[in-house]
Design a protein around this ligand. Structure first.
Ligand code: SAM
Length: 253
Protein backbone atom coordinates (compact mmCIF):
# COMPACT_ATOMS: atom_id res chain seq x y z
CA UNK A 1 0.00 0.00 0.00
CA UNK A 2 1.38 3.42 -0.92
CA UNK A 3 0.37 6.99 -0.15
CA UNK A 4 -1.71 7.12 -3.33
CA UNK A 5 -2.28 3.41 -3.95
CA UNK A 6 -0.88 3.68 -7.48
CA UNK A 7 1.02 0.67 -8.82
CA UNK A 8 4.52 2.02 -8.39
CA UNK A 9 7.55 0.37 -9.96
CA UNK A 10 9.81 2.69 -8.11
CA UNK A 11 11.72 0.16 -6.09
CA UNK A 12 13.72 -0.75 -9.19
CA UNK A 13 15.24 2.76 -9.24
CA UNK A 14 18.34 2.75 -7.09
CA UNK A 15 19.66 6.15 -8.03
CA UNK A 16 22.64 6.33 -5.65
CA UNK A 17 25.59 4.43 -4.34
CA UNK A 18 26.28 5.04 -0.70
CA UNK A 19 29.74 6.59 -0.80
CA UNK A 20 31.93 6.77 2.20
CA UNK A 21 33.43 10.17 2.82
CA UNK A 22 35.25 12.08 5.47
CA UNK A 23 33.03 13.43 8.19
CA UNK A 24 34.54 16.50 9.78
CA UNK A 25 34.48 17.28 13.50
CA UNK A 26 32.32 20.31 12.68
CA UNK A 27 29.75 18.04 11.06
CA UNK A 28 29.81 15.60 13.99
CA UNK A 29 29.30 18.51 16.38
CA UNK A 30 26.42 19.92 14.33
CA UNK A 31 24.71 16.52 14.24
CA UNK A 32 25.09 16.09 18.00
CA UNK A 33 23.95 19.61 18.85
CA UNK A 34 21.07 20.26 16.45
CA UNK A 35 20.43 16.95 14.66
CA UNK A 36 17.49 16.22 16.93
CA UNK A 37 15.72 19.42 15.85
CA UNK A 38 16.23 19.10 12.13
CA UNK A 39 16.47 15.39 11.27
CA UNK A 40 13.29 13.41 10.64
CA UNK A 41 13.50 9.62 10.78
CA UNK A 42 12.35 7.66 7.77
CA UNK A 43 9.19 5.68 8.51
CA UNK A 44 6.80 4.02 6.07
CA UNK A 45 3.90 6.21 7.21
CA UNK A 46 2.62 9.56 5.98
CA UNK A 47 4.46 12.57 7.33
CA UNK A 48 2.43 15.32 8.99
CA UNK A 49 4.01 18.43 7.44
CA UNK A 50 2.67 20.85 10.04
CA UNK A 51 4.08 18.65 12.79
CA UNK A 52 7.41 18.28 10.97
CA UNK A 53 7.76 22.07 10.65
CA UNK A 54 6.07 23.01 13.92
CA UNK A 55 9.20 24.80 15.18
CA UNK A 56 9.73 26.70 11.90
CA UNK A 57 8.64 30.36 11.60
CA UNK A 58 5.58 29.26 9.61
CA UNK A 59 4.52 25.63 10.13
CA UNK A 60 1.84 25.90 7.43
CA UNK A 61 4.11 27.48 4.79
CA UNK A 62 4.30 25.71 1.41
CA UNK A 63 6.74 22.80 1.37
CA UNK A 64 9.36 22.15 -1.31
CA UNK A 65 10.98 18.71 -1.44
CA UNK A 66 14.65 18.65 -2.42
CA UNK A 67 16.11 15.36 -3.62
CA UNK A 68 19.86 14.77 -3.34
CA UNK A 69 21.22 17.99 -1.84
CA UNK A 70 24.86 16.87 -1.83
CA UNK A 71 26.76 19.13 0.57
CA UNK A 72 23.74 21.41 0.94
CA UNK A 73 25.39 24.55 -0.40
CA UNK A 74 22.49 25.47 -2.71
CA UNK A 75 19.89 24.22 -0.23
CA UNK A 76 21.01 26.57 2.52
CA UNK A 77 21.24 29.56 0.16
CA UNK A 78 17.77 28.88 -1.27
CA UNK A 79 16.23 28.42 2.19
CA UNK A 80 17.61 31.84 3.10
CA UNK A 81 16.29 33.48 -0.08
CA UNK A 82 12.88 31.77 -0.02
CA UNK A 83 12.33 32.21 3.70
CA UNK A 84 8.54 31.91 3.39
CA UNK A 85 8.89 28.31 2.19
CA UNK A 86 9.67 25.17 4.19
CA UNK A 87 12.19 22.71 2.71
CA UNK A 88 12.07 18.96 3.21
CA UNK A 89 15.41 17.65 2.02
CA UNK A 90 16.52 14.08 1.29
CA UNK A 91 20.09 12.88 1.02
CA UNK A 92 21.78 9.56 1.79
CA UNK A 93 25.37 10.76 2.05
CA UNK A 94 26.60 11.13 5.69
CA UNK A 95 29.04 14.03 5.11
CA UNK A 96 26.36 15.84 3.07
CA UNK A 97 23.83 15.59 5.89
CA UNK A 98 26.47 16.74 8.38
CA UNK A 99 27.44 19.64 6.13
CA UNK A 100 23.86 20.85 5.75
CA UNK A 101 23.29 20.61 9.52
CA UNK A 102 26.41 22.70 10.00
CA UNK A 103 25.13 25.34 7.57
CA UNK A 104 21.74 25.32 9.31
CA UNK A 105 23.46 26.03 12.64
CA UNK A 106 25.79 28.69 11.24
CA UNK A 107 23.04 30.60 9.43
CA UNK A 108 20.29 29.87 11.96
CA UNK A 109 18.00 28.42 9.29
CA UNK A 110 14.69 27.27 10.72
CA UNK A 111 12.85 26.29 7.53
CA UNK A 112 14.76 23.10 6.64
CA UNK A 113 14.13 19.51 7.72
CA UNK A 114 16.28 16.57 6.59
CA UNK A 115 15.40 12.94 5.98
CA UNK A 116 18.53 10.84 5.53
CA UNK A 117 17.04 8.15 3.36
CA UNK A 118 16.34 7.14 -0.24
CA UNK A 119 14.05 9.85 -1.59
CA UNK A 120 12.22 7.30 -3.75
CA UNK A 121 11.00 5.51 -0.62
CA UNK A 122 10.36 8.75 1.21
CA UNK A 123 8.18 9.90 -1.66
CA UNK A 124 6.35 6.61 -1.90
CA UNK A 125 5.54 6.23 1.78
CA UNK A 126 5.79 9.58 3.56
CA UNK A 127 4.49 12.27 1.22
CA UNK A 128 0.74 12.74 0.89
CA UNK A 129 -0.90 13.51 -2.47
CA UNK A 130 -0.89 17.22 -3.43
CA UNK A 131 1.01 18.16 -0.27
CA UNK A 132 4.03 19.79 -1.94
CA UNK A 133 4.46 23.22 -3.50
CA UNK A 134 7.42 22.06 -5.54
CA UNK A 135 10.37 19.76 -6.02
CA UNK A 136 14.05 20.63 -6.57
CA UNK A 137 16.39 18.10 -8.16
CA UNK A 138 19.72 19.75 -8.88
CA UNK A 139 22.51 17.93 -10.68
CA UNK A 140 21.22 14.40 -9.98
CA UNK A 141 23.75 11.65 -10.63
CA UNK A 142 23.88 11.39 -14.44
CA UNK A 143 24.79 7.69 -14.57
CA UNK A 144 26.74 8.26 -17.80
CA UNK A 145 27.20 4.67 -18.94
CA UNK A 146 24.40 3.29 -21.06
CA UNK A 147 24.04 0.18 -18.88
CA UNK A 148 23.53 2.48 -15.87
CA UNK A 149 21.05 4.89 -17.48
CA UNK A 150 18.22 2.95 -15.82
CA UNK A 151 19.45 4.27 -12.46
CA UNK A 152 18.65 7.86 -13.39
CA UNK A 153 15.99 9.41 -11.20
CA UNK A 154 14.15 11.27 -13.93
CA UNK A 155 12.06 8.54 -15.54
CA UNK A 156 8.34 8.42 -16.29
CA UNK A 157 7.13 6.27 -13.33
CA UNK A 158 9.08 8.36 -10.83
CA UNK A 159 7.93 11.68 -12.29
CA UNK A 160 4.34 10.45 -12.27
CA UNK A 161 4.60 9.51 -8.60
CA UNK A 162 6.48 12.71 -7.78
CA UNK A 163 3.97 15.02 -9.44
CA UNK A 164 1.03 13.29 -7.75
CA UNK A 165 2.46 14.69 -4.50
CA UNK A 166 2.63 18.26 -5.90
CA UNK A 167 -0.43 20.50 -5.75
CA UNK A 168 -1.96 21.90 -8.93
CA UNK A 169 -0.11 25.20 -9.54
CA UNK A 170 3.09 23.80 -8.04
CA UNK A 171 6.29 23.01 -9.93
CA UNK A 172 9.28 20.76 -10.47
CA UNK A 173 12.71 22.29 -11.10
CA UNK A 174 15.58 20.12 -12.34
CA UNK A 175 19.07 21.16 -13.38
CA UNK A 176 21.91 19.20 -14.93
CA UNK A 177 25.25 19.75 -16.63
CA UNK A 178 25.07 16.47 -18.54
CA UNK A 179 23.56 17.11 -21.95
CA UNK A 180 22.18 13.63 -22.58
CA UNK A 181 20.43 13.73 -19.22
CA UNK A 182 19.06 17.20 -20.01
CA UNK A 183 17.54 15.75 -23.17
CA UNK A 184 16.06 12.85 -21.18
CA UNK A 185 14.66 15.24 -18.57
CA UNK A 186 13.04 17.34 -21.26
CA UNK A 187 11.49 14.27 -22.90
CA UNK A 188 10.19 12.79 -19.65
CA UNK A 189 8.81 16.05 -18.25
CA UNK A 190 7.27 17.08 -21.59
CA UNK A 191 5.57 13.68 -21.80
CA UNK A 192 4.18 13.74 -18.27
CA UNK A 193 0.46 14.31 -17.87
CA UNK A 194 -0.62 17.70 -16.51
CA UNK A 195 2.74 19.47 -16.76
CA UNK A 196 3.43 22.70 -18.63
CA UNK A 197 6.94 23.76 -19.59
CA UNK A 198 7.57 27.19 -18.02
CA UNK A 199 10.14 28.02 -20.70
CA UNK A 200 7.41 27.96 -23.34
CA UNK A 201 5.34 30.43 -21.34
CA UNK A 202 8.26 32.84 -20.94
CA UNK A 203 10.35 32.01 -24.01
CA UNK A 204 9.92 35.40 -25.71
CA UNK A 205 11.42 37.17 -22.75
CA UNK A 206 14.08 34.67 -21.90
CA UNK A 207 15.35 33.00 -25.06
CA UNK A 208 18.32 35.35 -25.43
CA UNK A 209 19.57 34.71 -21.91
CA UNK A 210 18.84 31.01 -22.13
CA UNK A 211 21.04 30.59 -25.17
CA UNK A 212 23.91 32.23 -23.30
CA UNK A 213 23.55 30.00 -20.29
CA UNK A 214 23.04 26.70 -22.03
CA UNK A 215 25.02 25.09 -24.79
CA UNK A 216 23.43 23.71 -27.91
CA UNK A 217 19.69 23.82 -28.33
CA UNK A 218 18.09 26.17 -25.82
CA UNK A 219 14.52 25.37 -26.77
CA UNK A 220 12.56 23.90 -23.91
CA UNK A 221 15.07 24.84 -21.21
CA UNK A 222 14.56 27.67 -18.72
CA UNK A 223 16.71 30.55 -17.60
CA UNK A 224 18.17 29.69 -14.19
CA UNK A 225 15.56 30.88 -11.69
CA UNK A 226 16.82 33.67 -9.40
CA UNK A 227 16.72 31.54 -6.25
CA UNK A 228 19.13 28.84 -7.49
CA UNK A 229 22.70 29.95 -6.77
CA UNK A 230 25.63 29.00 -8.94
CA UNK A 231 27.56 26.35 -7.06
CA UNK A 232 31.33 25.98 -7.04
CA UNK A 233 31.06 22.76 -8.99
CA UNK A 234 28.78 24.36 -11.56
CA UNK A 235 30.96 27.46 -11.93
CA UNK A 236 33.97 25.31 -12.63
CA UNK A 237 32.04 23.48 -15.35
CA UNK A 238 30.84 26.73 -16.90
CA UNK A 239 34.41 28.02 -17.04
CA UNK A 240 35.40 24.83 -18.85
CA UNK A 241 32.66 25.53 -21.37
CA UNK A 242 30.20 22.93 -20.10
CA UNK A 243 26.52 23.68 -20.46
CA UNK A 244 23.99 23.82 -17.65
CA UNK A 245 20.34 23.14 -18.32
CA UNK A 246 17.51 24.18 -16.01
CA UNK A 247 14.04 22.74 -16.53
CA UNK A 248 11.01 24.17 -14.76
CA UNK A 249 7.61 22.60 -15.30
CA UNK A 250 4.37 23.72 -13.69
CA UNK A 251 1.61 21.33 -12.72
CA UNK A 252 -1.53 22.65 -14.42
CA UNK A 253 -3.93 19.77 -13.70
C1 SAM B 1 25.72 14.67 -8.15
S1 SAM B 1 25.16 14.93 -6.53
C2 SAM B 1 24.50 16.58 -6.63
C3 SAM B 1 24.36 17.22 -5.29
C4 SAM B 1 23.76 18.61 -5.25
N1 SAM B 1 22.36 18.63 -5.62
C5 SAM B 1 24.55 19.61 -6.04
O1 SAM B 1 24.00 20.19 -6.98
O2 SAM B 1 25.74 19.82 -5.74
C6 SAM B 1 23.69 13.93 -6.38
C7 SAM B 1 23.32 13.64 -4.96
O3 SAM B 1 22.05 12.99 -4.93
C8 SAM B 1 22.07 12.02 -3.91
N2 SAM B 1 21.01 11.04 -4.24
C9 SAM B 1 20.93 10.29 -5.36
N3 SAM B 1 19.84 9.54 -5.33
C10 SAM B 1 19.21 9.79 -4.17
C11 SAM B 1 18.03 9.28 -3.57
N4 SAM B 1 17.27 8.36 -4.19
N5 SAM B 1 17.68 9.76 -2.36
C12 SAM B 1 18.45 10.69 -1.74
N6 SAM B 1 19.58 11.20 -2.26
C13 SAM B 1 19.95 10.75 -3.46
C14 SAM B 1 23.48 11.47 -3.91
O4 SAM B 1 23.84 10.91 -2.66
C15 SAM B 1 24.30 12.72 -4.25
O5 SAM B 1 24.77 13.36 -3.09
Amino acid sequence: MTATDEPLQLRSIRSFVKRSGRITTGQIKARAEIGGDFLIDYAPTLLDMQEAFKASPNPSAPVVLEIGFGMGEATAAIAQTLNQTNFLCCEVHDPGVGALLKRIGESNLQNIRIIQHDAVQVLEHMIAPASLEGVHIFFPDPWHKKKHNKRRLIQPPFIEALMSRVRVGGYVHCATDWEAYAVQMLEVLSGAKGLQNSSEVTSEVTSEVTSEVTSGEAKGYSVKPHYRPLTKFENRGLKLGHGVWDLVFKKIF
